[in-house]
Design a protein around this ligand. Structure first.
Ligand SMILES: Cc1cc2nc3c(=O)[nH]c(=O)nc-3n(C[C@H](O)[C@H](O)[C@H](O)COP(=O)(O)OP(=O)(O)OC[C@H]3O[C@@H](n4cnc5c(N)ncnc54)[C@H](O)[C@@H]3O)c2cc1C
Length: 375
């Protein structure tokens, strides 16, 4: 019941961290509250910057014959399209497949993976963490928070972003479907509607992921009814209207999440290292939260290996990780927040897209601002 490293949350950040640390010979336990495989609200477009990293931790992407996405089309609220090349672009894979495959790799590398197990409390004393979970109590020298955008533990730890979200920041909801539709394999589309946007792109298994983000307020104005929201808002964009009318929807019910906020977060809290969305969430519009989650796990893994190897004290490790994270991601998050303001407001969106259509070089520069290099 005692481990060198305990990781809370088995999404991309947590699983890839468990793989790297187990491969380096450390005793790792990971807790995931759901059972694999399971669906997750996500646009499922991964920027190419993650390709080499995923292969290096054991995922045979080249063999998986995934859709390679190299073109982008963005529509304004009236359905007028701006087309652009994505270079280097990305690839499509469902979270159902991706997280499950990574969980198998983590287990095969020797990580203890407790799925269906929720962590309910964490306390730190005498240089060790005590974790209370639905499968009993555990202790660990290092704890990593990889629990995603918002979880019970954020409230338990009294994290400052929870309070600031309540007071100021706009809250969003996300909705996802898998659909079948005649759609090019190399294309991702982003369609604007009032107070939101909807992405559509191919994933594995001959499906498309259709996923949108809008404000919690818009859902409330539509009696908290997702179908009503789609009819009254999304379908006003003629392209989305066509897709919603012609697509074969593969789930009985949409998959939805709420309380999404892009507020800044702390990177170390009560000696817990935060990674992935627990450390900071980029707006989905930028299409690379998954790459950031994977990249941040690589940064954290390096720091933890040095700490466990005695090369850094705990406080040096905390400072090193905080600095590395900020250096790599702060400007991307800032750009993402600015772009979020430009989309979903009909007049601003229309003007932005119209202006960008005259300056393709500028469009490429803006896309680059939200993406990182290979890591
Ligand atoms: C609408 C929307 C669309 C998006 N589209 C894209 C896209 O196209 N491309 C892209 O790159 N990114 C996209 N993102 C962002 C991307 O989904 C996230 O950045 C990414 O999933 C973060 O991974 P993570 O490992 O940090 O968190 P997650 O993948 O959320 O994993 C966290 C895990 O922790 C578990 N957990 C939570 N609390 C506990 C607990 N107490 N105990 C145990 N387990 C717990 C959860 O069950 C979950 O499995 C999108 C996000 C949204 C909201």
């Amino acid at each position: 019941m005692d481990f060198e490293v305990a990781i809370i949350g088995g999404g991309l950040a947590g699983l890839s961290l468990a793989i790297q640390l187990s491969k380096a010979g450390h005793r790792v336990i990971l807790f995931e509250k759901e059972q694999y495989p399971f669906h997750k609200v996500c646009g499922e477009y991964i920027s190419m910057e993650s390709w080499d990293f995923l292969e290096s931790i054991g995922l045979p992407l080249t063999e998986m014959q995934l859709p390679r996405i190299t073109k982008l089309a963005i529509s304004d609220c009236k359905g007028r399209l701006l087309r652009h090349t994505l270079s280097p672009g990305g690839f499509g894979i469902s979270r159902y497949t991706l997280d499950d495959r990574l969980a198998l790799i983590a287990r095969s590398c020797g990580a203890e993976l407790l799925s269906g197990t929720k962590v309910t409390d964490i306390t730190f004393s005498s240089d060790r963490h005590l974790l209370k979970t639905t499968a009993g109590n555990f202790t660990a020298k290092v704890v990593c928070g990889a629990w995603g955008k918002r979880a019970n533990l954020d409230i338990k730890l009294n994290r400052p972003f929870i309070e600031s979200t309540k007071q100021n920041a706009q809250q969003y909801i996300g909705v996802k479907y898998h659909v079948k539709l005649d759609f090019p394999l190399h294309l991702i589309e982003l369609h604007n509607f009032e107070d939101g946007y909807c992405g559509i792109s191919p994933v594995d298994n001959n499906r498309l992921c259709l996923c949108y983000l809008t404000t919690a307020q818009k859902l409330q104005q539509n009696n908290n009814n997702i179908r009503l929201l789609e009819n009254n808002l999304l379908k006003k964009n003629p392209v989305l209207n066509r897709y919603f009318s012609n697509a074969e929807f593969l789930y009985e019910e949409p998959l939805a999440i709420s309380q999404i906020s892009f507020a800044a977060k702390t990177l170390v809290e009560d000696h817990i290292f935060m990674t992935g969305d627990s450390a900071g969430m980029i707006t989905p519009l930028c299409g690379n939260g998954m790459s950031m989650a994977l990249h941040s796990s690589k940064l954290l893994s390096g720091v933890i290996i040095e700490y466990l190897g005695g090369k850094l004290t705990r406080s040096q490790a905390e400072d090193r990780y905080t600095n590395l994270w900020r250096k790599n991601f702060n400007s991307r998050l800032r750009a993402g927040r600015i772009f979020q303001q430009l989309f979903g407001k009909p007049a601003v969106t229309n003007l932005t897209l119209k202006s960008l259509s005259y300056f393709p070089g500028l469009t490429s520069k803006l896309i680059d601002l939200t993406h990182g290099g290979v890591f």
